[in-house]
Design a protein around this ligand. Structure first.
Ligand code: C2E
Ligand code: CA
Ligand code: CA
Ligand code: CA
Length: 392
């Protein structure tokens, strides 16, 4: 069996903050993994934090599962580094079997790698076996990756803007900038698909900056035309917020474009804030002090600690569209939406609902004191030149 292993630092609230996987840990890990494989087997580190184990005599998934579980044992004990900290690693493993998944080393490695990415996508600390459909998937993925590298230069990215309305006055309070990628060969690709790819290959910083700049420039254009648009909201990906230069990047873009901070809003997902709450609190405070409005995106889908939520310097909660679906008919969602509104107001936050598609939803949300809404009922995301009806 060929087992591809990618390790990551276990991240938990207040845990591992400021650490990365050092060589010290990787050497210790290699030693531990070595002790779990036989003398005839091969274990090697293939760059960064990836390892490959070639385990002989295993050609079926039952035996391979046993071997995997043995390898996984080495992650149960923490690593004690020279600073005295106890750190944990998680592992994503992908397995390919000889001869069913490939007759040569190259194929087996490639297939184990595809399985490993599958395991990683299914959540850290997982393992997966290679299947034929993974080849097609990883092929698509590769095509996407290489096309994305050229997307900015080729002018293949653009922004659509979706109005956000006050539920009582039904007037525009702002717009959310939503990124679009139209590749000449691959066609229109959803941000839900390519943003994670951009994060994986490290392109998210460049793309994120492009979005911020483009949105701020659009705001300036509207200002110069005397059009009132409230705030432009820009989505911030996890890795952007994690980067130490993020606050300075935002300041620089505001200075360069000239957009006053009171016209900018940043949407950060709940799970990103909770991944590293101390860092989030620090940076969001700096951004909030500039006059930028801060919203918690996809609220309710993550694992917010209410204790942290209370400490985060935020202004607005965005009820995720999965909870807006079928209200007021779906009793669970209706209860959740009401609870989020009550929670948010108790914390003196504004509440916006996304994905509002029907009049029933809007009326219900309004009756229950939800402050703002956004969704196809009012408008789909549109190009800036088509939004005059929402500008005053
Ligand atoms: P999100 O931030 O939760 O954005 C809301 C998504 O719901 C958008 O999908 C929007 O077009 C869609 N939507 C709006 N109203 C309705 C409605 O009434 N019904 C339904 N069914 N959908 C509605 P979109 O534009 O495909 O974006 C998907 C996700 O991609 C976004 O989810 C966001 O996480 C990410 N994304 C988009 N643009 C950017 C960006 O510039 N940067 C980053 N980091 N992520 C982005
Ligand atoms: Ca890794
Ligand atoms: Ca958003
Ligand atoms: Ca959402």
């Amino acid at each position: 069996a060929t087992v591809m292993i990618d390790v990551d630092l276990f991240k938990h609230i207040n845990d591992s903050f400021g650490h990365s996987i050092g060589d010290e840990m990787l050497v210790e890990l290699a030693k531990r993994l070595r002790s779990q494989v036989g003398d005839q087997d091969v274990l090697s580190r293939i760059g960064g934090d990836e390892f490959v184990a070639l385990i002989s005599g295993i050609d079926n998934s039952e035996d391979a599962t046993v071997a995997i579980h043995q390898l996984r044992q080495v992650f149960e004990q923490p690593f004690i580094v020279s600073t005295g900290d106890h750190l944990r690693l998680t592992a994503s493993m992908g397995v390919s079997l000889y001869p069913s998944d490939g007759a040569d080393a190259d194929t087996l490695l490639r297939n184990a790698d595809a399985a490993m990415y599958r395991a990683k996508n299914d959540g850290r600390n997982n393992y997966a076996f290679y299947t034929e459909s993974l080849t097609q998937q990883s092929f698509e993925h590769l095509k996407l990756q290489s096309a994305l590298y050229g997307a900015i230069e080729q002018n293949a990215l653009y922004l659509m803007y979706q109005p956000k309305l006050d539920l009582v006055s039904r007037k525009t309070v702002g717009f959310e900038a939503l990124l679009r990628w139209h590749d000449p060969q691959l066609g229109l690709i959803s941000p839900a698909v390519f943003i994670p790819v951009a994060e994986k290959i490290g392109l998210i910083h460049e793309i994120g900056l492009w979005v911020l700049e483009t949105a701020c420039r659009q705001g300036m254009r509207w200002l110069s035309e005397g059009k009132h648009f409230g705030r432009i909201a820009v989505n911030v990906a996890g890795q952007q917020l994690q980067r130490s230069s993020f606050v300075d990047d935002v300041k620089r873009v505001l200075a360069e474009t000239g957009l006053p901070a009171k016209h900018l809003e940043l949407e950060v997902t709940e799970s990103v804030m909770m991944q590293n709450p101390d860092l989030a609190i620090r940076d969001l405070k700096l951004l909030g002090d500039l006059g930028i409005e801060l919203s918690v995106d996809d609220f309710g889908t993550g694992y917010s600690s209410l204790n942290y939520l209370k400490k985060l310097p935020i202004h607005k909660l965005k009820i995720d569209q999965s909870f807006v679906r079928d209200i007021p008919f779906d009793t669970n969602n209706t209860a959740i939406a009401k609870a989020v509104i009550a929670l948010g107001h108790a914390l003196k936050l504004d509440i916006i609902a996304e994905g509002v598609e029907t009049k029933e939803q809007a009326d219900f949300l309004q009756q229950n004191q939800c402050d703002q809404a956004q969704g196809y009922l009012f408008s789909r995301p549109q190009l800036p030149e088509d939004l005059d009806a929402f500008l005053s």
